[in-house]
Design a protein around this ligand. Structure first.
Ligand SMILES: [Fe+2]
Length: 443
């Protein structure tokens, strides 16, 4: 087993928390964009050791506020978990903690039920943030969240509810499926028997079911005893399978569809097909946490299409694009439906371009941000709530190695390869991190 240094170059943390009210803009920011482009990633508050795990550094949120064709502000703030508060000499957040977690979060940042949350899987509860990204307190959704949460709830576009699959090292034989209502409270939960203790980073939904991603990375007691910050390891003899759990069904109604060993952090999307099968597109890693234990670095993730047949328990597979890519996204209004377009970006070692995939014609467009410029996860924002699927903008934080700063780039989705609609120049770099979202003002 070995490690890779995940804290070099633009993976290294930044130290200043800035508030910038005077931002240079190239091009024209669309008047329709009224909200915040938020993102988050690990930003270890203490200088990291090169062997540290990429996934476990304390979180830092970044946000750009757009309104009336103007870039009103950029801010970045640590998520004030106890280790951050202690290191910086700040007061700890009030409120509850899940077990002995430090209350921080570093993986995703969402708006739901009028609040902003930084979220993470497997231990700490969501951290409520102000609109200006200051940490308020951990939240267990008004005492309705009994266990852990996830970094990847999926918002059902027709109901606005969040569907989530959660796990915890102390759950030795099951994971949990949750639905959080539009009122910000857990309204449904079932335990799903799996017989082991897997890492489940994300989930997917169709219009009828939640998909449980049970891949062969499990809690590893030996690694935990050795002091590993994230004691999950590849288990060569364990199954790779996707569970199909109809909404509102009991946990033991899950139907498993098995495939060859692999790992998926992030599905692109999934939907029910008329013949009873399910199409699930994913960024597939051949293997993780086997020989490299502090981050995913055992082969490039690539875009695959899986067809699940719950009746037969099988999965058929097709490679869609062999380029190294991750952080797949769709128009959020098409989650669980037959979305036409998906967006990905180059992954570790091949950062740079963003890709727009036509999932119906299986063709791809590439946006080249220029020499030394690399996009983080793209977010599609529709022109209006009822605009067509592709009618809007693709937005992302882009690192510029030439200046060691960052921009937010706004592309016209229907002119993906063309010049940007607008570029907002930020005063400092934004470390390569994990996830972000557009949170419109009314959300
Ligand atoms: Fe993720």
């Amino acid at each position: 087993m070995t490690t890779v240094d995940f804290f070099q170059d633009n993976y290294a943390p930044v130290r200043e928390e800035l508030t910038s009210l005077d931002l240079d803009v190239s091009g024209t920011i669309p008047e329709e964009l009224d909200g915040r482009l938020l993102r988050i990633g690990p930003n270890p508050v203490l200088d990291p050791d090169p062997t540290d795990h990429w996934f476990t550094g304390s979180g830092m949120a970044h946000g750009l506020r757009l309104r009336g064709g103007k870039a009103e502000w950029y801010r970045n703030r640590y998520i004030n978990g106890d280790s951050v508060a202690d290191a910086l000499g700040r007061p700890r957040m009030p409120g509850p903690r899940h077990m002995d977690g430090d209350g921080g979060a570093n993986t995703n940042i969402i708006g739901h039920s009028g609040k902003t949350y930084a979220i993470v899987e497997a231990m700490n509860w969501p951290v409520e943030l102000t609109d200006e990204l200051e940490s308020v307190a951990p939240s267990n959704f008004d005492d309705t969240l009994e266990g852990t949460f996830t970094a990847h709830p999926k918002r059902h576009p027709d109901t606005g509810e969040l569907h989530a699959v959660t796990y915890f090292f102390g759950w030795e034989d099951h994971v949990r499926y949750l639905v959080i209502g539009t009122d910000g409270r857990v309204r449904h939960q079932v335990d799903v028997p799996v017989g082991h203790s897997p890492m489940i980073h994300d989930c997917s939904i169709t219009e009828s079911a939640a998909l449980i991603l049970d891949f062969p990375v499990h809690f590893d007691l030996e690694s935990a005893m050795a002091g590993s910050a994230l004691p999950y390891r590849w288990q060569a003899d364990a199954p790779s399978r996707i569970g199909v759990l109809p909404f509102d069904a009991p946990g033991d109604a899950v139907q498993w569809c098995e495939l060859d060993p692999c790992f998926v952090f992030h599905p692109l999307n999934s939907f029910d097909r008329p013949d009873g099968t399910i199409q699930l597109d994913v960024a597939k890693h051949q293997r993780v946490f086997d020989t490299v234990t502090n981050g995913p670095a055992e082969g490039p993730p690539q875009l695959y299409r899986w067809i699940l047949d719950p009746a037969k328990g099988t999965v058929s597979e097709e490679l869609l694009d062999d380029r190294n890519q991750e952080f797949p996204r769709v128009d959020e209004r098409r989650i669980g439906k037959d979305a036409r377009y998906g967006y990905t970006v180059g992954f570790v070692g091949e950062e740079g371009p963003a890709y727009k995939r036509d999932l119906h014609t299986n063709t791809t467009e590439l946006h080249d941000f220029g020499p030394g410029r690399s996009s983080q996860e793209m977010v599609f924002v529709p022109r209006s709530p009822d605009a067509d699927e592709d009618d809007g903008w693709c937005m992302s934080y882009v690192h510029d190695a030439n200046t060691n700063t960052a921009d937010v780039v706004i592309l016209n989705a229907q002119d993906f390869t063309g010049d940007p609609q607008a570029v907002v120049h930020l005063p400092q770099r934004v470390p390569y991190g994990f996830h972000g979202n557009w949170v419109p003002s009314e959300a």
